[in-house]
Design a protein around this ligand. Sequence first.
Ligand SMILES: [Zn+2]
Length: 415
Amino acid sequence: MPKIYLIDVTNRDGVQTAKLGLSKLEKTMINIYLNEMGVFQSEFGFPTTRHERNYLLANLELAELGVLKPIRLGGWIRAIAEDVETTFERLPKIKHLNLSISTSDQMIAGKFQGKKTRESVIKEMTEAVTLARKRGAESVGANAEDASRTDINFLVEFGLAAKECGANRFRYCDTLGYDNPFTIYEAAVTLAEKIKMPIEIHCHGDLGMAVANSIAGAKGVIDGGQDAYVNTTINGIGERAGNADLIAFILAATKSKNFAGKYEFGGEIDLKCASKISMFASYAFDVPIPINQPGVGANAFAHASGIHADGVLKDPENYELYGYEEIGRGEPISVETGREIITGQYSGISGFSHVMGKIDVSFKNKSRAEANEILELVRYANVESHKPLLEDELLFIARYPQIAKKLLTMTPLDH
Ligand SMILES: [Zn+2]
């Protein structure tokens, strides 16, 4: 039976969101948490964007060190040969790529304005896929942007052409959130049956159906006989109304009526990481988690009405589909209400040693120079993120100072 695999795109679609962004250290922490959770692949960034280079190299190094393992790190570029060349010039060791090009007549006429045709779209994509494989990409996804507004026969033609020149997956992008569960199911079955290659489902929430469409799409792909790769973002953060929320999708796939059992994840997903990853993304993006967010919202396990409170106390299953422990909730969160020493861009070594001592990183066995170097890196990280670093970030810097240095190094206009 084919399986479901998660490709989280927080570090690509999420950071493309208007008014939002992440520091390179925050993006790295997200890759680490996704790996812990058992997510198959992180679409970790933009290989052709110059300021991403050191971050991408540092994360590929973390993969080599076994820190980001077994998660796959996939870059996202346009499906043109020039982008593939640039990618391998800058990141010779990158192994996984998704190449994207618009396929709908709307985009061909409205965006490319007569510069491309259906034929030239396929030609550019196949040239790019062929080159990516030749340069050493182990897996390539061919993305059809605006697939939901594309003639299905053309999508099949596009997918078959991609497969022919070595693509491993076809990404069906519901770029505008135009699909509903019924239409995406139909499209997914057809694509899986006719292209006979794993299909990725990429959904947006413009009509409030990102998770529902992802579930229906995954079902369609598997019913069509292929593995389904589902794109998510943490807390659903993504362009406009956002993407399919990672945790809501996992819950829907494992807890909804008659789905689990027949449609399963390819690997082990540790839902206990859900609360932590959601809170981290909320802090890093500086976007609060809505109180009614599935699983992780403040009200997800709150009961006030007499009948519900009485019912849930007698047996949680009366009014809850799943337990809060499964999401990794239930531990008290401590908030400092007294004196607080914070590390920032102007911190000194004494305050910093105090903060690190509290999280069990002692500088006693480190030289003064080493401790100072770690503090300096923390200062730079704070300059980039504009907020106090969290424990896990401080620990990361203390553990991997050389990697942190790479993440924090940016040299503008350096050709
Ligand atoms: Zn998108």
